[in-house]
Design a protein around this ligand. Sequence first.
Ligand code: SF4
Length: 139
Amino acid sequence: MNKRILRGHHLLCVHGFRGMGYSSEFVQKMQQIVEEIRNTDLDFPVQVIAGLDETCFSCPHKGEGYCNKSPESNAHVLGMDRRVISHLGLEDGQVYQKSELVKAVKKYVEPEDLDELCKGCSWLEYGVCKEGIAELKKT
Ligand code: SF4
């Protein structure tokens, strides 16, 4: 299977995703990636980055190389990417196996860590992301 490119904070989003998103195209893309990540029979290389990834290219808020949702949003999403990459002990731009990345989230992320890692994300208040991490940790 081809390499996927995922931005740092999407390493968390994939565990709590419940079909909500910014447009039907975005939701469809996210759903496809989420299914691949959650499929324990599947492993593949993932390049982890702080910056736009393939889900962003299906997002209506994508600007020319940056997130254009609001004047602050690019700095905000980059901050989340960098916090998650650092929290998991990863390096920006490096390639890992999907299974290693899921294992790292399971080991190093507690549901309440999202309050800091995802600070300012509009989806945090729904609680589904914390639930997703809690469910992952039970596996
Ligand atoms: S709170 Fe936001 S950034 Fe964090 S996992 Fe949920 S959707 Fe992703």
